[in-house]
Design a protein around this ligand. Structure first.
Ligand code: GUN
Ligand code: ZN
Length: 438
C-alpha cells in the first residue's frame, strides 16, 4: 500500500453548475489535503483535520498557495496534426487539402507515428491535459503507435483509426471493408487494455460513403462500450457539400443517425451550424458535442451556441482540436470559450468553464466513474496550478476578491506556464522547469 499526501488549495466539481445550485456543484478547500493511495484518491479535506490522522512517515508534497484540481480533459484532438499547428490562411476544406492530408500521409511509418505520439503526449502533460479523445490517421499503425506510448505512460486515453473511403488522396483512403477489418483488429488489441479505450472514427460524412458509415455502425453494435468520434457541421461549405453527397438524409446529423452512430458514447466535434432537428436528435440520443473554440476561431468556422446546448441538456466537453486549434492548453481554450460566448451574448462562468474542463469533459467521454474529480476511488490524475506563474498573473491574482474572480483570472491569463505539475495516478508526469519560464 502506498499512501501519499498533497497539500494546497483544492478545487473539484461534484456536478454540473447548470444542474444544481452553484454551491452544491463544487468543493473548494483552502489549505486542503488530497490523499492518494495506490494511484487513487482516498480522501480530501481540510489539512488541519487530516494531517493529524496521517500515519507517521507518509510522504507529504506541500504546495502552499497553489491550486490542486483534477487533470484537464480534451474531448477532441488530432495527434497527427501536431506538426502542422498554425498552418496559414485557409478555412476547413482547403486547409484539409493543403496542409492536413499531406501531413497525415506520413503516418504510414510506424516510427514516425511513435515519435510524434511521444511529442504530443509530452505537450499534453505540460499543458495539464491528462485524458484526451484523439484522432489517429487512416493507418492502423498510427493507432498502434499512439496506444503503445499512452500505455507505457499509464494514461487514460481514447483513440481510433480514421475511416475515410472517398474524397481524399489515394494514400489516405481505406475501403468500407478494410476500414471495418482494421478497426476490429485494433478494438480487439486495445479497447479496455489498462486505461485505454477505442473510438470508431469516421473522419466526417464527406469522406465516408454511406456503406462505410454502415460499417462503423456495425462496429459499434458488435463491440458495446467502444466510442464514436467524428466531426459535425463545422463549416458552411462542408454542410452544403454533405447535402449534395447525401440527398436522402434530412440533415448532416442524419448521415450518422441512419448508420446508428448516435448515443451516450458518441462525440461530435463542433456542431456550429445545426438545425433545430439536429439539436433535438442529439438530445434524444444523449450524444455529446466537443466545443472547440480555438479551432472555430482559427478556421473562421463560426460561433458554437453553448447556451443552446445547455438548454437542450446536451453534454459538452472542451476540445483544443489541434492542429486546427493552435494551443494544447485547456486554460487558453477556456479563454477562447469565454470570448466566443461573449460574441453570442452568453456569459460563460469560470465555474462552468472549469467544470467543462474536468468533470464535464470526463462525462462527455463517459469516463466520469474513473476521472474528473476527487471523489474517493477515482484515479488520481491531477494538476498543481500556479497562480503566480507569470508576473502579471501573480499581480492580478493578489487583487482577486472571490473564488469566481480567481478562477476567471486563471482561465483568462493562464497557459502552459500555470501548470506547475501534472500527476498521473499519483505519480508526477510533468514538473515545470523554472529555468524555462522566468
Ligand atoms: N473535419 C474533417 N477533418 C477535420 C480535421 O482534421 N480537423 C477539423 N477541425 N475538422 C475536420
Ligand atoms: Zn477535429
Amino acid at each position: 500500500m502506498s499512501l501519499e499526501a498533497f497539500r494546497g488549495d483544492i478545487l473539484h466539481f461534484l456536478q454540473d453548475p447548470d444542474s444544481v445550485p452553484l454551491a452544491e456543484s463544487y468543493q473548494y478547500i483552502e489549505d486542503g489535503l488530497l490523499l492518494v493511495e495506490d494511484g487513487r484518491v482516498s480522501a480530501t479535506g481540510p489539512a488541519s483535520a487530516l494531517l493529524p490522522e496521517l500515519p507517521p512517515g507518509t510522504p507529504l508534497n506541500d504546495y502552499p498557495g497553489k491550486l490542486l484540481c483534477p487533470g484537464f480533459v480534451d474531448t477532441h484532438i488530432h495527434y497527427p496534426q501536431t506538426k502542422m499547428v498554425a498552418a496559414y490562411g485557409e478555412q476547413l476544406l482547403q486547409w484539409l487539402e493543403t496542409y492536413t492530408f499531406p501531413t497525415e500521409a506520413e503516418f504510414a511509418d510506424r516510427a514516425h507515428a511513435a515519435a510524434i505520439a511521444e511529442r504530443f503526449l509530452d505537450e499534453l502533460l505540460r499543458c495539464g491535459t491528462t485524458t484526451a479523445q484523439v484522432f489517429g490517421t487512416v493507418h492502423p499503425e498510427s493507432v498502434d503507435a499512439f496506444f503503445a506510448v499512452a500505455e507505457q505512460r499509464n494514461l487514460r486515453m481514447i483513440c481510433g483509426k480514421v475511416l475515410m473511403d472517398r474524397n481524399a488522396p489515394e494514400a489516405l483512403t481505406d475501403t468500407a471493408e478494410s476500414g471495418y477489418q482494421q478497426s476490429r483488429e485494433l478494438i480487439e488489441r486495445w479497447h479496455g487494455k489498462g486505461r485505454l479505450r477505442y473510438a470508431v472514427t469516421p473522419r466526417f460524412a464527406p469522406t465516408s460513403t454511406p456503406e462505410q458509415l454502415e460499417q462503423a455502425g456495425r462496429l459499434l453494435r458488435e463491440h458495446p462500450g467502444v466510442h464514436l468520434h467524428t466531426h459535425l457541421s463545422e463549416n458552411r461549405d462542408e454542410v452544403a457539400w454533405v447535402r449534395e453527397l447525401f440527398p436522402d438524409c434530412a440533415h448532416y446529423l442524419d448521415t450518422y443517425d441512419q448508420a446508428g452512430l448516435l448515443g451516450r458514447r458518441s462525440v461530435f466535434a463542433h456542431g456550429i451550424h445545426l438545425e433545430d432537428a439536429e439539436w433535438q436528435r442529439l438530445a434524444e440520443t444523449e450524444s455529446n458535442i466537443a466545443f472547440c473554440p480555438g479551432s472555430n476561431l482559427f478556421l473562421g468556422s463560426g460561433l458554437f451556441k453553448l447556451q443552446r446546448a445547455v438548454q437542450q441538456g446536451i453534454r459538452v466537453g472542451l476540445g483544443t482540436d489541434i492542429g486546427a486549434g493552435h494551443t494544447f492548453s485547456i486554460l487558453e481554450t477556456m479563454a477562447d470559450a469565454y470570448k466566443t460566448q461573449q460574441l453570442s451574448g452568453y456569459k460563460l462562468t469560470p465555474f462552468k468553464a472549469f467544470y467543462l474542463a474536468t468533470l464535464g469533459g470526463a462525462s462527455s467521454l463517459d469516463c466520469q466513474q474513473h476521472i474528473g474529480n476527487f471523489e474517493a476511488g477515482k484515479e488520481a490524475d491531477f494538476l498543481v496550478l500556479d497562480p503566480a506563474a507569470t508576473p502579471m498573473l501573480a499581480f492580478r491574482y493578489q487583487h482577486c476578491a472571490s473564488l469566481l474572480e480567481k478562477l476567471f483570472v486563471l482561465a483568462m491569463l493562464g497557459d502552459d506556464r500555470a501548470i506547475l505539475a501534472t500527476y498521473i495516478a499519483g505519480h508526477c508526469a510533468h514538473h515545470r522547469d523554472d529555468t524555462d519560464t522566468h
